[in-house]
Design a protein around this ligand. Structure first.
Ligand SMILES: [Zn+2]
Length: 340
């Protein structure tokens, strides 16, 4: 039988094994006006970028699913029990649910949910009807919308969430293994990339493309650093001199969904030169971490986007209990071109 009872999934944010509560899945609240306006604004910007060819991986089906169900038909004629699987995927904007968001742990401004489908079998055709949810934290997202950098972050985050929908739809459409499984009533949610093995890179890539498109000159650095045995880490991400003497600096730290980093902050030197450091702690010191920082002085506009690679490395030592989490940090500096 189709294992629908275990399929209910939150994918967008975080760890394996986190399921949205049935009450939340069944009774989502409608979005308010602020959320609708915000979504439309960011969604329209994303669609403009899509039409300019800026996205590194299409999210057209997720985008369409907000307007009408996306239909996927899978031929199962080699299987005796069913001839075909028909999948419909719809995505609905819902009201931000703080309880669900908090259950996911890390701070975020958006979330995408795959919910349990309605299942019907008619004339050897299995029909799976998915109604997925997207929600936006209007308080956080509105703050970001105030400047170009924040708008880029919001747009890339919406892209990230839509990839959670698209990557699974891609598997439904083109994944031979995926199709073979569904014909045997096995539903594989893996391609939705709960672990962000693909999505983080696609999101970063997209943000860089947006930066270039919006007039930022990009400098990129990649750093691998290690946390200590307690999970604490510290890394230089830039020199204050790169800010060209600007004194009004607006740094933002962002721990993406599943980032596994807490208490992250930036430390600035007092003089005109010296390192800008990021410090923080791995929430689970045996797991990888990810954190991003944006450094935005008033009119030069350096945008630092730090990505910590989503993998775990355990380094054996003389003491087998000593494990060291490894952080991979990619830094992207967006230098806003002088606009006159
Ligand atoms: Zn995600």
């Amino acid at each position: 039988m189709f294992k629908s009872t275990v399929v209910l999934l939150i994918m967008s944010l975080l760890f394996f094994g986190i399921f949205s509560s049935p009450a939340f899945a069944q009774f989502p609240q409608d979005p308010n006006h602020t959320e609708k306006d915000l979504f439309n604004t960011i969604f329209n910007r994303l669609n403009d970028s899509i039409s300019k060819g800026l996205v590194p991986h299409s999210v057209n089906n997720t985008s369409d699913s907000f307007f009408s169900p996306v239909l996927i038909e899978i031929d199962c004629s080699e299987v005796k029990e069913i001839e075909k699987v028909e999948i419909k995927v719809t995505t609905r904007l819902i009201n931000w649910n703080k309880t669900e968001a908090d259950r996911l742990g890390d701070r975020t401004a958006m979330a995408y949910f795959w919910n349990e489908p309605v299942v019907k079998i008619e004339n050897k055709i299995k029909k799976l009807n998915f109604t997925n949810y997207l929600m936006i934290d209007s308080v956080n997202a509105t703050k970001q919308e105030k400047d170009t950098l924040g708008q880029i972050i919001n747009e890339a985050l919406l892209y990230h969430e839509m990839l959670h929908g698209q990557l699974l739809i891609d598997a439904m459409k083109n994944g031979a293994n995926w199709k073979a499984k569904i014909c045997k009533c096995e539903f594989d949610l893996g391609p939705s990339d709960m672990e962000h093995t693909r999505i983080y890179d696609l999101e970063s890539d997209y943000r860089r493309r947006l930066g270039t498109d919006r007039g930022y000159e990009i400098v990129e650095k990649k750093i691998i650093t290690e946390a200590d045995i307690n999970g604490n880490f510290e890394e230089e991400i830039a020199d204050i001199a790169e800010l060209k003497g600007k004194t009004i600096i607006t740094p933002t730290i962002y721990v993406p969904p599943g980032g596994n980093v807490e208490a992250a902050n930036l430390e600035f030197p007092s003089g005109e030169t010296g390192p800008i450091k990021i410090k923080g702690k791995l929430r689970d010191e045996n797991k990888e971490g990810k954190v991003e920082a944006y450094i935005d002085p008033d009119n030069i506009g350096i945008f630092a986007d730090i990505t910590v690679k989503p993998y775990i490395e355990v380094m054996p030592t003389a003491n087998p209990l000593l494990t060291v989490g490894v952080l991979g940090i990619a830094i992207v500096l967006f230098l806003r071109k002088e606009m006159r």
